[in-house]
Write a protein that binds this ligand. Structure first.
Ligand code: C2E
Ligand code: MG
Ligand code: MG
Ligand code: MG
Length: 292
């Protein structure tokens, strides 16, 4: 392997190589090809909806690998090795580019919905990231505030300074930040005092346990309350049932995402779904094209 992306990633790659199984090395070699093939790594898209109006509040991009031999792989099957390899920055750029291409397509159809992209915590250690994102936004002519970066707070304390700088640069560009899987990390609350964010995503595990666990229900209620107090959006993830939906409404949650509303869908399906949601919406949250 040649470390393509300069010194910073070489050390990380070497330690990954020591730990990785041959399986993972094979996977990474195949990923390198997939990143060049352009049709193997695809994004599926899942809208989040406003619980009062049903209008889409955003759409999350989720990666899938149409592996030529292993079939369709979800992120659980390959993200970890990618994160520990020298291919992370190439992968991150690839995902951002695909997502912004999708968002640019919506803009052409008159749909104004932000797109959310998941970032690996480790990619926030890369000081080139803000510049690369600025370039990608320009190239696709997507306004910065139509991009939401979902980050998890599983961040090692010693690395916080670089991450602070990268996130501050992104914020000053106008990009939005969401804390993903909120409540599951070790430093969720402290994180909020350091980085200004726009959105909290209540982890699926709390939504799942809400009905049977007072603790889970309390975590959801306090997260929603804190988001409201801080003026942040809050989105509950993994909502699968009408009962979960009403429980969330009762706790004051305003937006949700999950199979109960939409499963992640291919890019060529999402435009029509967003279009019809927009037409249903009484408050006309989404501006429609004049000829719609
Ligand atoms: P996440 O960001 O918390 O994404 C939500 C996950 O929950 C997605 O799984 C989604 O398909 C799934 N989900 C949504 N609604 C429901 C539901 O009602 N029930 C259930 N059981 N699941 C639901 P997915 O696509 O497998 O992604 C898993 C994780 O992989 C993501 O968690 C995210 O952390 C990571 N990931 C996904 N795409 C990317 C990417 O492009 N880059 C990076 N770095 N990480 C990604
Ligand atoms: Mg996410
Ligand atoms: Mg999430
Ligand atoms: Mg999650």
């Amino acid at each position: 392997y040649q470390a393509k992306n300069g010194g910073a990633n070489v050390a990380a790659y070497d330690s990954a190589r020591d730990a990785a199984s041959t399986d993972q090395l094979a996977l990474l070699a195949e990923l390198r090809e997939a990143l060049q093939a352009d049709d193997q790594l695809v994004l599926v898209l899942q809208p989040a909806v406003d619980l009062a109006t049903g209008a889409p509040t955003g759409v999350e991009a989720l990666i899938r690998w149409r592996h030529p031999r292993r079939g369709l792989l979800g992120p659980a099957e390959f993200i970890r090795p990618v994160e520990n390899s020298d291919q992370l920055s190439t992968f991150t750029r690839y995902v951002l580019d695909k997502a912004l291409a999708v968002a640019a397509g919506w803009a052409r159809e008159g749909l104004d919905v932000p797109i959310s992209v998941n970032l690996s915590a480790r990619s926030l250690l890369d000081r080139r990231l803000p510049g690369e994102i600025a370039d990608a936004l320009r190239r696709h002519q997507v306004p910065a505030d139509r991009l939401v970066l979902e980050i998890t707070e599983t961040v090692v304390m010693s690395e916080l300074e670089v991450i602070d700088q990268v996130l501050t640069a992104l914020r000053s560009m106008g990009v939005q930040l969401a804390v993903d899987d909120f409540g599951t990390g070790f430093s969720s609350l402290a994180f909020l005092t350091r980085i200004e964010v726009d959105e909290l995503k209540v982890d699926r595990s709390f939504v799942l346990q809400m009905a049977d666990s007072r603790e889970a229900a309390a975590i959801v209620r306090y997260t929603v309350g804190m988001a409201n107090e801080l003026g942040l959006r809050v989105v509950a993830e993994g909502v699968e049932t009408a009962a979960q939906r009403s429980a969330l409404v009762e706790l004051g949650c305003t937006a949700a995402q999950g199979y109960h509303f939409f499963k992640p869908m291919p890019a060529d399906k999402i435009g029509a779904v967003l279009g019809s949601l927009a037409r249903q919406t009484p408050t006309n949250v989404l501006p429609l094209r004049a000829d719609d």
